[in-house]
Design a protein around this ligand. Structure first.
Ligand SMILES: [Zn+2]
Ligand SMILES: [Zn+2]
Length: 278
């Protein structure tokens, strides 16, 4: 877990980012703010797959284009390249990813020019952005990634991912309210990494915020129902939205969330923290 937070700038929880490491190769899902620093910390903790300077991170998948999931994009593009990544970065995500990529490269145009000329010139910084639809979006000798549509409000294309590796199947919810497609793609999954908000704070929110939560995210009770239906080997919760948006001083609700989920779900469930490994 490289980032388990939300838009709130919690110093202990970077923006959403998860890495799947298979046979020494890292794959990234989402790139919220702080992603490369957290990957460097994971490297220091012994996750050598990232490479020194996170230069081995070459493949990434994006659930949706919300800023909390994408503000690490320039960091993902430029920092590993500066530190020695020489292959293009391959990124797979919803419609709009190509424009975002082009605009990020354009925004840092001056830097890219000065770093690719003169005595310490680097080869060009290349990004291959692929816009996806539902189905298998990526396959290599380590992993198969299947994208499935989720419901994150009515105005935004959003996906969850099922990731099959030689020894485990992992499903990431992305940001979503409960959807049948997630249930359909969780069959036999070893690890389900799912977003969630607590009902206790939801009940104190305004009707407008309650409606927003209901249409964009998944409550603890709803997640317990999902877990009972799909029976994952391990449920990991992250991205703990606060009903009502949460003030800047809102505390972490992980303990409340786990207690609410365990009222209805008796399987293994844990809170994911930045730099946890499952
Ligand atoms: Zn989010
Ligand atoms: Zn979102």
């Amino acid at each position: 877990m490289l980032g388990t937070g939300t838009p709130r700038p919690d110093p202990d929880r970077s923006g959403p980012a998860t890495a799947i490491v298979v046979n020494g190769t890292p794959y990234l899902i989402d790139f919220g703010p702080g992603v490369i620093r957290r990957a460097a910390a994971a490297y220091d903790n012994g996750v050598t797959a990232f490479g020194a300077g996170v230069a081995n991170l070459k493949t990434a998948f994006l659930t949706h284009l919300h800023s909390d999931h994408t503000m690490g994009y320039p960091d993902l593009i430029f920092t590993p390249w500066l530190m020695g990544r020489r292959e293009p970065l391959a990124v797979y995500g919803p419609k709009g990813l190509k424009a975002m990529t082009a605009n990020v490269l354009k925004a840092w145009e001056i830097d890219l020019v000065v770093r690719t000329i003169g005595g310490h010139a680097r080869p060009p910084c290349e990004v291959d952005a692929h816009e996806i639809s539902s189905g298998v979006i990526y396959e290599d000798h380590n992993i198969t990634v299947t994208a499935f549509p989720v419901h994150h409000g009515d105005d935004l294309e959003a996906y969850g991912f099922r990731i099959e590796t030689p020894d485990r199947t992992i499903v990431l919810s992305g940001d979503t309210s409960p959807t049948q497609s997630l249930l359909d793609h969780c069959g036999g999954c070893d690890v389900l990494i799912h977003e969630v908000y607590p009902l206790s704070t939801f009940r104190t929110a305004s009707p407008a915020w309650q409606e927003f939560r209901r249409s964009h995210h998944t409550s603890s009770k709803e997640l317990a129902d999902i877990a009972n239906a799909v029976n994952p080997g391990l449920l990991v919760i992250y991205h703990h939205s606060n009903a009502g948006g949460g003030g800047p001083l809102s505390g972490d609700t992980e303990g409340v969330l786990l207690a609410e989920i365990r009222e209805d779900y008796k399987g293994r469930v844990v809170g994911g923290h930045d730099l946890d490994i499952f």
